[in-house]
Design a protein around this ligand. Structure first.
Ligand SMILES: *[C@@H]1O[C@H](CO)[C@@H](O)[C@H](O)[C@H]1NC(C)=O
Ligand SMILES: *[C@@H]1O[C@H](CO)[C@@H](O)[C@H](O)[C@H]1NC(C)=O
Length: 380
């Protein structure tokens, strides 16, 4: 039914995630398990719709868009989210991505969650209590660059893991509406916005194509316009190289900026010696990508105070966060996950003493440095 070409595409599209553990000296690298393509099952048959093909008006969402008990289904949470579902236990899986002062990210429904364990059931955490979801605590977001481009809107920034229910040590992973089995991560997750060009600026319109990384105290989220499908700026295949490569940005921790921007280069496409080349990401990834991502130009940037965009209040986050940060430091650029790897834009994968592994492009020290051990987990 599927060509082998499609199947290898699906293999590449597999969502990877991983957890971290403190390693003693001389950490051992455990490669991600190799998926058995022949056994892979994907949605698409009768009664098993492909998540990314489902279309809704916000006001006509069913209670669950993916109630089907097939493959990894049914979905964990629900999609009708309103004031009655607002609060810290909300399992709302409708994510709103309106603007710099009103957006949500996917986070863990369980406290101290690891993306690798919860990717199928992540729930919406929003910056404001408007959408029937959990709310990101005041102070959790410590920096952001919001960009509106001709192809998509995007947020790249810094967030305490705990603000999304994630374990402070979790380096996180990539989420998108496809997944290896095309049921999406999360299953039944849908995204709406009144900030895309598909919206009149007021009406929440569904975002068909999006991707995001969370973890390592960083995040990035991109909502592509439905009206602009080529090239695909919401490519989900480069899930081992983090935000630096998937959403290159000049976001800085401690800064809150809102900009217009040019579109980025298509992920994996770069120029070398006058030639345009396309890099395919190997899996596992043993060497850095052969190029540095270009940060697209931005303009009309406005700088805000945190409280102009986010809820006011002081942050109280577990001291574990500090030790997690400390433990990640020996790996240098990897500290913080590959959600963007590092501010330098070089990303974890660029260091010759390091190996990038897992969705966030985190670095595993292989030179005898005490560091962070990444365990690759392929979750179908
Ligand atoms: C609010 O959400 C709940 C739970 O999803 C749903 O049962 C209820 O119908 C919704 N209420 C309205 C007015 O949409
Ligand atoms: C976008 O939607 C949100 C509610 O989801 C609303 O508060 C906001 O006013 C809307 N923006 C515009 C410009 O209408």
């Amino acid at each position: 039914m599927f060509s082998s070409k499609l199947l290898s595409f699906l293999a590449l599209a597999a969502v990877h995630s991983f957890t971290t553990a403190l390693a003693a000296e001389q950490p051992t690298i455990t490669p991600a398990p190799t998926p058995t393509i022949a056994k892979r099952q994907v949605a698409g048959g009768s009664g098993t719709p492909i998540l990314s093909t489902l279309r809704y008006e916000y006001t006509a969402l069913p209670y669950q868009v993916y109630p089907y008990a097939v493959l990894r289904g049914p979905q964990f949470g629900f999609n009708q989210c309103n004031s009655t579902t607002l609060g810290p236990n909300s399992n709302c899986q409708t994510l709103i991505f309106n603007g710099p002062d009103d957006f949500c990210l996917w986070g863990s429904p369980d406290s101290n969650g690891l993306i690798g364990n919860v990717e199928a059931k992540v729930v919406a955490y929003c910056t404001k209590p408007y959408h029937g979801t959990r709310v990101i605590p005041p102070g959790a977001v410590t920096g952001i660059q919001w960009t509106k481009t001709p192809g998509y809107i995007q947020a790249v920034g810094f967030i305490k893991n705990e603000g999304l229910g994630l374990d402070p040590t979790d380096q996180g992973g990539e989420l998108d509406p496809h997944g290896a089995d095309l049921q999406g991560n999360p299953l039944g997750g849908v995204v709406f916005s009144n900030g895309t060009t598909d919206s009149d600026g007021h009406t929440l319109e569904q975002v068909f194509n999006w991707n995001t990384f969370v973890g390592g105290n960083k995040f990035c989220f991109k909502a592509c316009y439905n009206s602009k499908t080529t090239p695909d700026y919401c490519e989900n295949r480069y899930d081992l190289i983090g935000c630096d490569y998937n959403m290159p940005s000049s976001a800085q921790d401690g800064e809150f900026t809102v900009c217009d921007g040019d579109v980025q280069d298509v992920v994996g496409v770069y120029t070398s010696a006058g030639q345009t080349l396309t890099w395919q990401m190997p899996d596992p990834l043993n060497t850095p990508p052969p190029y540095q991502p270009r940060v697209p130009a931005s303009s009309n940037c406005k700088t805000y105070q945190s409280t102009d965009l986010f809820l006011a209040g002081s942050a109280t986050f577990a001291s574990a966060a500090a030790s997690a940060t400390g433990s990640a430091k020996p790996t240098g650029t990897a500290s913080g996950a590959g959600a963007s790897g590092s501010k330098s834009g070089s990303g974890a994968a660029a260091s010759s003493t390091s190996k990038s592994s897992g969705a966030m492009g985190m670095t595993v020290s292989i030179g005898g440095l005490a560091g962070v051990l990444a365990l690759g987990v392929l979750t179908l």
